[in-house]
Design a protein around this ligand. Sequence first.
Ligand code: TEU
Ligand code: CA
Length: 536
Amino acid sequence: MKSNEVWKTGVVYQIYPRSFMDSNQDGIGDLKGIIQRLDYVQSLGVDMIWLSPVYQSPNDDNGYDISDYCAIHPDFGTMEDMEQLIEEARKRNMKIIMDLVINHTSDEHRWFVESQKSEDNPYRDYYIWQKKPNNWTSFFSGSAWDRIGDWYYLHLFSKKQPDLNWKNPRVMEEIQSIMHFWLKKGIYGFRCDVINILFKTSLANGKKRLVLTGKEHYHSQEGCHHILKKLRTDVLNQYDCFTVGETVMVTPKQANDLILPERQELDMVFAFEHMETDQINNKWFKTRFSANRFMKVIKTWQEEVHWNANYLENHDQPRSVSRFGNDQTYHPESAKMLLSILLTLKGTPFVYQGQEIGMTNGDFKSIDAFKDVETHRIVALAKKLHFPKWYIWHMLKTASRDHARTPMQWTKEGGFTEGTPWIQMNANKATINVDNQLNDPHSIVCYFKTLVQLRKDYAALTKGTFRALKTQNNVFVFERKHQDESIIVVANMSAKPRRFNPLVTGKILLSNTNRNDLTNGILKPYEAIIVLGESL
Ligand code: TEU
Ligand code: CA
């Protein structure tokens, strides 16, 4: 299946097409825009691009509600543009992976339009219909069921995202042919949306919970493993490609059950546990970030999981520098520190557009400025529960997915569009932008490029083992080792100076403070150092 296994050694850059680059001034990023910026992406040194959905969609959930898997949304361009993008990327030695959203379709998908027509429609069993809803709740809050006529259908996300019925073999056939369609066009694999909840073992009522009542009936079920094995053996193994699963609420054990090579399912998964280190119970209840908790979670996953898909940001998460760093006093330092960790951990790093310049959370001024369906659902629920206004605002300012979705900041004027952007740009584009940073050798983006290059120069970073040396007092020290080569990464994850022990010796390969010796054992706020070790 894998010729040179770029997916194991390379770096992935995630593009959220709506917000990357607009080529025709309608305010919406598009495929031609991506092609215009491909030289920039290549200059970062990355090997793969993950494209969030560009398929035909009514955009209830920005493309994660697909109404035609084999067509491009006109907002983004045409199938020719897509083919050209794959080709232009190939010329630049980059591979494209696409989103595979197969837990649900749009309610405007032809299958669902047919399905709702009658009980004996051939598409009826493509979805999950019941005369009576059960008590399951949706990821976007509220009941997971909605009614059409006398029947209810299941939707674990918005009501415009009905869940497919994976017990129906015809659904399997349809999805397989869609996968062939794209793999034949030369893509290098898929990021598989919420892939561990596909199979609904039973539709019985769930144990009542604060969030996701019903989850025990669909989370990480045996049936899901069968589906993944079948997709792998029937389709994926015929191509040079890989898959990364988005797997909500998984433990390291469940992750391994999905990715161990002998199991022939996925190649790696995105876990969520490290993203829970600044919240209580639920993403909407943010609390102070605990670096100590974060390091412990990372250590466990690094030690226990066969191969990690490492990430600190994506289109669903607030910006890492605003969340785990400090986007004011220590903006460049903390952005570089976080990137240092991300690019040196064992596994495949996924960087999200704008992260390489330290883009921050959005500067939204009103609830209306937010566009995301999930955000508006939570506002409705919070109002219903009489949450105070200030708290609702706090939830949005800290946790909305739209913080990741503000347009890419290319120039001090913006550079994303000459029209009106579909979602507001951050005013800090005046200082945080690609243009500025490419002209400054000390910028975050230049530091990022150096990190990517280090991964190419030192096999320990791509092939090495992981050993944690310190995960306390906000200081993260770990070693990556391959044969005789040992790389030690030291990071102060806090705004206070910290002592670092054990004593590290060797040659400094990179530091975000221009440090040139290791004799001073005090780390500056958010300092990061990468050392070619004299074995410890
Ligand atoms: O996300 C699934 C998911 O569970 C969350 O990360 C989700 O974004 C939400 O914040 C839960 O509170 C995937 C996609 O990445 C997301 O953009 C889609 O909205 C979702 O699936 C449905 O397709
Ligand atoms: Ca456009």
